[in-house]
Each structure stands twice: as structure tokens, then as C-alpha cells.
Design a protein around this ligand. Structure first.
Ligand code: YSA
Length: 354
């Protein structure tokens, strides 16, 4: 090794160490000028090559150019590393960890679900067991077993969505018409067929009616059906149960009215209404009561003895009451909503209120 190649090796060693210690653009530029610049250390060696003898010139020339290549590559690499580090620290500065977090929008239960659960909570406390039944129902249960035969005018009370298909009915009949249940009352019969008294059940579920909508009517509604069958059940039990339910739901100041009504599957039948929450009770333009002062919540009555007998129970021994209430109507009263259509319009601004 010649003195010059020693010098090149020492330039390479010192320069690489100095480059690694250069922490900013100014230090790098100073390094470049000192090592590779026009009067730089390595440039000086390259310039001196001409004064060497031919053999040494060849060796020193090759070595100096190899080291020059290494130092230039190291310079590029160091510049890139510093650029990346600067970028990362800018991004870190852009993230202000002291800013308050974005609030998470919390999900919630649909108001109808909330109200259905409240209704059922009260009935469960009053001793009713919650059961469910099919939304796609046979004509035989929705109407026939409830003393509403084909062509009976009472069918007009429930405008119905029918299926095109007919299926095998409970009596083996191959052509049993199928529908979307118009009320939860068919579950009275289904449950009685499979159980013995005493019976106390509450049946929540969706129902469907082929009818025009307005502020108190939807084509899809939820009902909760009640059925109590036992020895000695009277109209007083029906009234007491519904009044206690209404007191627990709405508080003691809400007025509850029972008035005569007709349903083929009860005798006698009643309709249960509460006083209007929207107007003083005499405003004909009120969307809730239309000036009547009352909003109907349910139909109810004493289960018709023929229906009790048809399930094989002794109607002399067993009596019962039943009721079917509209969950959306109850929700209107509880939440002060004057248009039932708001519940299923899916406007998050409306839903977020509850
Ligand atoms: C009657 C006697 C019983 O022993 C048992 C149940 C019944 C109720 C009967 N099955 C029935 O469906 N009667 S109803 O047609 O008057 O509806 C009952 C309740 O459902 C109504 O009082 C009302 O609160 C709600 N409802 C009815 N049609 C509705 C509706 N809610 C919203 N939109 C509709 N289109």
C-alpha cells in the first residue's frame, strides 16, 4: 500500500463517520464541500494523481474513484434519511393530541322497540308470559277461528294483504288462503289450542293492513295482544288490568275511557282510549283526536264462549278476557308524537330525540 492509498482509506473512514454525524442540510453541505468539493480532500487526491508514476497512478486512480463513488452514494442516502425524518416530524406535529376527540355517535333502540319493551315490562309484572307468533298467517286463524267467516262484513274492519299462493290448512284442506296477519288475535287461538287454562299471555308482533295512512294509521303496525283465561274471570279483571297498566305506563293523571265496541270474537266488546295529549280535546283540526278529545289505543272484551268451547275448554267453567293494543299509538302518547308516520320514516333527526 502506498502513502496515497493510505490517505484515501483514511479520507473514506473519516468522511463516512462525519457524514453519519451531520444532522441538517447545512452540516451536509459543509461535509460535501470539505470532502468532494472543488478543493475537497478527495478531489485533492484525484488532482494529484497526474504527478504519480504510471503504475501507481493506475492503482490510486481506481481506488480514489471507487471511494468517490462510495462517498457520493453515502451522501445521497444521508440526504434522503434526513428528508424522511423531517417529514415524519412534520406529520407528528400535525397531529395535535390535545384536541378533543370526535364524539362517537351512539346507537339507540328504535322508539317503538323502547315502548314495546315498556308495555311488556308492565304486563310481565302483572303476571303475563310473553310469547310470539307468525306474521304470515292462515286465513283460518286470522279470521275463521275468530268467528269471522268468509264474506262476513266484519272482515271489512281489516283490509288485508293476501298472498297469491295457497297452502295446506290445519284441517288438511290443500287450498288454505295465506295473508299477512292484520292483528295479533290469531295467537289467542293458536295458544289455546296447545295449552290448558289458566292462561295469561302477552303477544307482541307486527301486523299489516292494506289501508290509507294518516296521522294515526300506518299500513304496518305493532300490536300487543293480551289473553287471560281462567275460572271466574270477569269484565272487572279486564278493566282492572288495563287501568293498572295505563297507570304504570302514563301516570295517574292520564284519563282512560272504556266504551262499547264490537268484535266478533268477544262478548261484550270494548274500545279503550286515552285523553288527547295534543289539543285541549275540542280542536277539529287536531291530527290526533280530530276534536273528539280521545285517542283509541286498543280493542278488548270478554272472550266469546264459542271460542272458548272450540278449543275444548268448558265455557261454563272457564271465562277470559283479551285485548289488542297498538304499540305506535301508545308511543304517540308516551313520547308526544302527533304523527304516527314519523316512526317509520327513518329520519335520524326524529329518531335521535328518543
Ligand atoms: C279486540 C278484542 C280482543 O278480545 C282482542 C283484540 C282486539 C283487537 C283487535 N284484534 C283489533 O285489531 N282491533 S283494531 O283493529 O281496532 O286494532 C287495535 C288497535 O290497533 C287500535 O286500537 C289501534 O291502537 C291499533 N291500530 C289499528 N289499526 C291501526 C292501528 N295503529 C296504527 N295504524 C293502524 N292502521
Amino acid at each position: 500500500m502506498s502513502e496515497t492509498t493510505d490517505r484515501i482509506a483514511s479520507i473514506e473512514r473519516d468522511a463516512l463517520a462525519a457524514l453519519a454525524a451531520a444532522e441538517d442540510d447545512a452540516a451536509i453541505e459543509a461535509w460535501r464541500t470539505r470532502v468532494l468539493g472543488r478543493s475537497g480532500e478527495l478531489t485533492g487526491v484525484l488532482r494529484g494523481i497526474g504527478g504519480l508514476d504510471a503504475d501507481e497512478r493506475k492503482v490510486v486512480g481506481a481506488e480514489a474513484n471507487r471511494v468517490k463513488g462510495i462517498l457520493e452514494a453515502a451522501l445521497d442516502e444521508r440526504r434522503e434519511a434526513l428528508r424522511r425524518a423531517a417529514l415524519a416530524s412534520t406529520e407528528a406535529d400535525a397531529l395535535d393530541v390535545t384536541l378533543p376527540g370526535r364524539p362517537l355517535r351512539r346507537g339507540r333502540l328504535h322508539p317503538i322497540t323502547q315502548v314495546r319493551r315498556r308495555i311488556l315490562d308492565v304486563f310481565e309484572r302483572l303476571g303475563f308470559q310473553v310469547i310470539e307468533g307468525p306474521e304470515v298467517e292462515l286465513d283460518a286463524y286470522n279470521f275463521g277461528a275468530l268467528r269471522i267467516p268468509e264474506h262476513h262484513p266484519a272482515r271489512d274492519m281489516w283490509d288485508t294483504f293476501w298472498f297469491d299462493e295457497e297452502v295446506q290448512g290445519p284441517d288438511g284442506n290443500e287450498r288454505a288462503p295465506l295473508l299477512l296477519r292484520t292483528h295479533t288475535s290469531p295467537m289467542q287461538v293458536r295458544f289455546m289450542q296447545e295449552h290448558e287454562p289458566p292462561i295469561r299471555v302477552a303477544v307482541p308482533g307486527k301486523c299489516y293492513r292494506y289501508e290509507a295512512t294518516d296521522a294515526t294509521h300506518e299500513w304496518m303496525l305493532e300490536q300487543v295482544e293480551l289473553l287471560a283465561i281462567d275460572e271466574g274471570i270477569s269484565m272487572a279483571n279486564l278493566k282492572g288490568t288495563l287501568q293498572e297498566w295505563a297507570r304504570q305506563m302514563f301516570g295517574p293523571s292520564r284519563k282512560v275511557m272504556l266504551r262499547n265496541s264490537y268484535f266478533p270474537f268477544v262478548e261484550p266488546g270494548v274500545e279503550v282510549a286515552v285523553d288527547c295529549f295534543q289539543c285541549p280535546g275540542d280542536d277539529p283540526s287536531c291530527p290526533v283526536c280530530r276534536g273528539s278529545g280521545w285517542l283509541e289505543l286498543m280493542g278488548a272484551g270478554m272472550v266469546h264462549p264459542e271460542i272458548i268451547a272450540a278449543q275444548g275448554y268448558d265455557p261454563e267453567r272457564y271465562t277470559g278476557f283479551a285485548a289488542g293494543m297498538g304499540v305506535e299509538r301508545v308511543a304517540m302518547v308516551l313520547l308526544g308524537v302527533s304523527d304516527i308516520r314519523d316512526f317509520h320514516a327513518n329520519d335520524p333527526r326524529f329518531l335521535a330525540q328518543f
